[in-house]
Design a protein around this ligand. Structure first.
Ligand SMILES: Nc1nc2c(c(=O)[nH]1)N[C@@H](CN(C=O)c1ccc(C(=O)N[C@@H](CCC(=O)O)C(=O)O)cc1)CN2
Length: 298
């Protein structure tokens, strides 16, 4: 039987609604809107689209959006000066530097400067440590979104075997930590993993986050497994088409024949990234004002 489709787009829309309600309540309590600053350097077309979507979603949720689009030639010093300025700005509750940065810029040095309590991407050392120590903090949006989809589908994850394919700072590593914190048994697989198909066959939960189109094949998936596809890869255009198709890291049609549930691309994990970003920015705003975030905000 074909797997159920996990509708990330619908889940994200519901989360954005809840964030919108909580943002209105924040405005009433704090006498100001929660504010999210997004910094984009250069003209990478995909990043421009994502930053535009983030700005629109922020405003739609009733929050203030501060967009900083800097030219490709921006120096490390200029970018760091902007981050310092945003750290000091009381109207800014959350700061996100869109990745990847142009090659000449040192992303680690820029991220290290972000005030951890405004670090809505959860990439600073302080938030990495808070995640590892199971403390309150701000954690990376895509993995948090994946956890919400998994909890909705599977409930308690205790004792489940999860394989995370990919070990990036933005997805693979925090994803594995969140799964461990939820008492799953976690394997992190990567380019040096031996017999990856066999490793994946042992998983009840597969998180694919490698950035290689349709790498995970249907015969790697255990029957009934839950497959979360984080990859967003654009294929070369077919003859006569202006744009190539978007595919994930999982061969969707094959995997769907075997899995119990699977996220599609597009419409799966991607929309959760922006919804969780809004959630993180609002949580940061409540904490910034010394207020407890609303209990009904996941
Ligand atoms: N600082 C950060 N940079 C980047 C992050 C991040 O979380 N923080 N994530 C990605 C890109 N990203 C947000 O920035 C993002 C990617 C995809 C989507 C999304 O909704 N995708 C749609 C398809 C969109 C399309 O048609 O192209 C989907 O999957 O349905 C949202 C956000 C890298 N950089």
């Amino acid at each position: 039987m074909a797997a159920d489709i996990i509708d990330g787009k619908a889940f994200a829309a519901a989360l954005r609604e809840k964030v919108g309600e909580a943002a209105r309540a924040f405005g009433d309590k704090a006498g100001r809107k929660a504010g999210l600053a997004v910094v984009l350097v250069g003209d990478d077309p995909a990043s421009q689209v994502y930053v535009g979507s983030k700005g629109k979603a922020t405003v739609a949720a009733g929050m203030a959006s501060f967009e900083h689009r800097l030219p490709e030639a921006t120096s490390q010093q200029e970018l760091e000066a902007l981050v310092r300025q945003l750290n000091a700005d009381p109207a800014v509750d959350g700061i996100l530097v869109q990745l990847p940065l142009p090659e000449h810029l040192d992303d680690k040095a820029v991220i290290a400067l972000i005030d951890p309590d405004k670090d809505v991407d959860g990439l600073t050392d302080t938030n990495i440590a808070r995640l590892a120590n199971q403390q309150d903090g701000l954690f990376p949006c895509t993995p948090v979104g994946c956890m919400m989809l998994l909890a909705d589908r599977l409930g308690d994850l205790s004792g489940r075997n999860a394989v995370v394919i990919g070990r990036s700072q933005l997805v693979g590593r925090p994803m594995a930590q969140l799964l461990v914190n939820a008492n799953a048994t976690v394997t992190i697989a990567h380019s040096r993993t031996r017999d990856l198909p066999q490793v994946v066959r042992g998983a009840d939960i597969v998180i694919a986050a490698v950035g290689r189109p349709e790498m995970v094949r249907g015969d790697w998936i255990a029957p009934g497994a839950t497959v979360i596809d984080v990859g967003i890869n654009r294929l070369d255009p077919e003859p006569g088409a202006s744009k190539g198709r978007l595919v994930g890291d999982v061969a969707f049609d094959e995997a769907r024949e075997v899995a119990g549930a699977i996220t599609p691309v597009p419409g799966g994990v991607g929309p959760m990234t922006i919804a969780v970003l809004l959630r993180n920015a609002l949580v940061a705003a409540y904490r910034h004002e010394g207020l407890p975030p609303p209990k009904n905000l996941p």
